[in-house]
Design a protein around this ligand. Structure first.
Ligand code: TXE
Length: 484
């Protein structure tokens, strides 16, 4: 097995164009091998966060007046460097977050592609001209940058999620203060290190690391932060929303999911099982788009469960850098404990255990567990609450209409998938699933970067992320009237 390198990074904040040590420091560990410290990182307090916000507010005056070409060139340079270094960045990601090396390298490449995409978008921020109701008057509608964007990200996609917030923010002319999750500071730092080389005016992009309670809270409450984009838990999202609303800041939230994958009796069963395995268990189930509710029509229920169980037994759980591993470790101890507690609750509530859900020993000490599958009732907590681990349940549906009703019976509304060979059922499901994204004969997880991402209900709030729609959040509309 390939051993992870022993290199330990020293990750500092990036504030006003300078690398700064923290008020205190912390360590990130490799969840595949807890003996390995991945990074020693700087932790900020409120006053250091304040410095970053002030630097961004000053830089905004300069950056917001740069030409689209300048912004496009900077983003293109960042994207090129990420792509050129995707293997190295992927290795760091796999070591720090625990997703398998191929998944991690693909995510690093995705981050590069996102910067490239928004390099183009910097040139395309436009407006419209409208005939006025009054003679001799011209009306135009333009988009301007919002100001300082506070970007708060989780640990599960430590390169791609920051990229899909930072790139559109900069493309539209905003200044950025970026706070990555405490679990993955080295990935945040690696991105900042590349962005720092793109010759942006000092203060245009700032990285501050540290706790959510201190750094995150300081950012969401700061009166100079004009826009807040957050991805993480529902509880923290609620806090961000309240803080933003209290001072009328623009806000965008991406939170959890409890995404259904419906399998109808006419589906290609092999394809449906593939979709379930990929959607529920890859990336260790740590995706807000994970298929954690598998809703299966009665005639194929037992055959589906039997095949899925067989496939699960063949999945290899292990060190993220080991070739052939399908599922890496859980990202940290707290998440592993939550997964185990959810499994215990499922058993207590009477969900029928089908497979897995056990702690596993591997040659290196890490947060390993086998993927878990239960047969559940719609009222079981395993069928209602986001677990954020490799844990899925199967719900039995009487027919397609019942399957749709079960799919919508959730507080969440991020993504919903259906496996069917019927165009009629597929179209009906796409129209009536109360979510932001639908998938037909595809896993619920796995998205394109050039189209909108986001959901409804408890999953998301505010404008969509990604693609051209990202400009909705990172710009503000101005209507100009003029008599010539
Ligand atoms: O989230 P938090 P965590 C869900 C998933 C997981 C749970 C906990 O269910 O088990 O969230 O993960 C910052 N003010 N998702 O603890 O705490 C924090 O430092 C401002 C789903 O990582 O919400 C981090 O940078 N910021 C999700 C970010 O918020 C604060 C992906 C997210 O942390 C803050 C990850 C505060 N008061 C977890 N407190 C998805 N939708 O994909 C914390 N933060």
């Amino acid at each position: 097995m390939k051993r992870s390198p022993e290199v330990q990074l020293s990750a500092r904040h990036y504030i006003n164009g300078r690398w700064e040590t923290g008020v205190t420091s912390g360590q990130s560990l490799n969840p595949s091998d807890l003996r390995e410290t991945v990074a020693e990182y700087a932790r900020a307090d409120r006053s250091q966060t304040e410095q970053a916000v002030r630097a961004a507010a000053d830089a905004f005056r300069v950056w917001s007046m740069t030409t689209p070409q300048r912004r496009a060139d900077a983003l293109d340079q960042i994207g090129s460097e990420i792509l050129a270094r995707k293997d190295e960045l992927g290795l760091l990601l796999a070591r720090e977050e625990g997703k398998t090396l191929p998944e991690a390298v693909a995510e690093a490449a995705r981050a590069g592609q996102i910067f490239k995409f928004f390099a183009g978008e910097a040139l395309r921020v436009g407006g419209e001209s409208v005939a006025s109701l009054r003679p001799g008057v011209h009306v135009d509608i333009t988009r301007e940058p919002v100001g300082v964007a506070g970007l708060i990200t989780p640990w599960n996609f430590p390169l791609a999620i920051p990229a899909w917030k930072i790139a559109p923010a900069l493309a539209c002319g905003n200044a950025v203060v970026f706070k990555p999750s405490e679990l993955v500071p080295a990935c945040g730092w690696a991105l900042a290190e590349i962005i720092g080389r793109a010759a942006l005016p000092a203060g245009t992009f700032n990285l501050v690391m540290g706790s959510g309670r201190e750094v995150g809270q300081a950012l969401i409450e700061h009166p100079l932060v004009d826009a807040l984009s957050f991805t993480g838990s529902a509880a923290t999202g609620e806090r961000v929303l309240q803080a933003a609303a209290a001072r009328r800041a623009k806000v965008q939230l991406e939170m959890g999911g409890k995404n259904p994958l419906v399998v109808l009796a006419d589906a290609d069963l092999e394809l449906a099982v593939d979709c379930a395995v990929q959607g529920a268990f890859f990336s260790t189930g740590q995706r807000c788009t994970a298929s954690s509710r598998l809703i299966v029509e009665a005639p194929v229920h037992d055959a589906f469960v039997a095949r899925l169980k067989q496939r699960m037994a063949a999945l290899k759980v292990g060190h993220a850098l080991e070739p052939g591993v399908d599922i890496g470790p859980v990202a940290d101890r707290a998440q592993l404990e939550e997964n185990m507690a959810a499994i215990a609750t499922a058993r207590e509530e009477g969900a029928e255990h089908v497979y897995g859900g056990d702690l596993l020993q591997r040659p290196s000490e890490g947060h390993y567990m086998s993927p878990a599958l239960f047969l559940a009732q719609p009222n079981h907590r395993i069928a209602r609450e986001e677990i954020f681990g490799p844990v899925a349940c199967v719900l039995r549906a009487d027919d397609a209409e019942h399957a749709l009703a079960l799919a919508n019976d959730t507080p969440f509304g991020l993504c919903a998938g259906i496996c069917t060979n019927s165009l009629r059922h597929a179209m009906h499901f796409r129209r009536h699933a109360r979510v932001g994204m639908t998938m037909v004969n595809l896993p619920t997880a796995g998205i394109d970067y050039h189209v909108p991402f986001g959901g409804r209900k408890a999953s998301s709030y505010g404008a969509r992320e990604q693609g051209r729609h990202a400009a909705e959040f990172y710009t503000t509309v101005k209507t100009g009237y003029m008599r010539a």
